[in-house]
Design a protein around this ligand. Sequence first.
Ligand SMILES: [Zn+2]
Length: 275
Amino acid sequence: MYIGAHVSMAGGLDKSIERASKLGSNCLMTFASSPRSLKYQIPSVKVIEKYKQAKIKYEMGPHFFHAPYLVNLASGDKSYVNASRDLLISYQQLAGEIGGSGTIFHVGSHKGSGFETKITQIVTTINYILDSSPRGTRLILENAAGQAGTIGASLVELREIIDRVGDKPKIGVCLDTQHAWASGIPLDKLLDMFTHEVGIKYLAAIHFNDSKTEFDSHVDRHENLGQGKIGKDILRKFIANCKLKIENCPIILEVPGDGDGPRKKDIDYLKRLVV
Ligand SMILES: [Zn+2]
């Protein structure tokens, strides 16, 4: 089973592998550029070489990128959509170069204008990105908590996007347990609902988080496992269901830890839930 965490790439992408390994992870997720900007800087050839060596040395499994939260394919500003699109293309090309799994991203927010008014723009942009995405990488839509017009809080919206994507082997979904909970989807039904609405073959990763906010709150706030409103029992049952129904789907922690993200004890906690 692949168990990992969102780790920092401070000091270079190669450093993220050692960080993930020290946490006890066998897969990982990182940004591939500053999360506070839509600008992208290509890592040097030397960093990529060091990265590849580290990946072999630490026997690291799948590496997912997470796009900056600034990305918004549903924006009303065309230049902003294009900047989001170009950043995602750069992420996908880097993923191809390092043997990464692809890029998990939040589709964005229609800011009240409605999903149906934006779906054509979203799908056209995704198809453009996929055209220049290397084979073997996936562009991965994350389900949303549903605050302020965010797209993908309902599985139906994710399915409607995927239905209209041309190059289906290059698209996937990441299910975030906190976002599903906050959007009002019971976690004991999530995998079955996903299988029915979207199709389990599209499931690329799981973000496994407890929640600071109540069920159906529509607020995106992650909490350390067992310390939030979802709680240990529901999280354990969800993991047991994952073991039964999905093969080799990476489970990635995005919990706050002490404020700097997942700690080794958070990974250890998850491993105890899996047993
Ligand atoms: Zn997430």
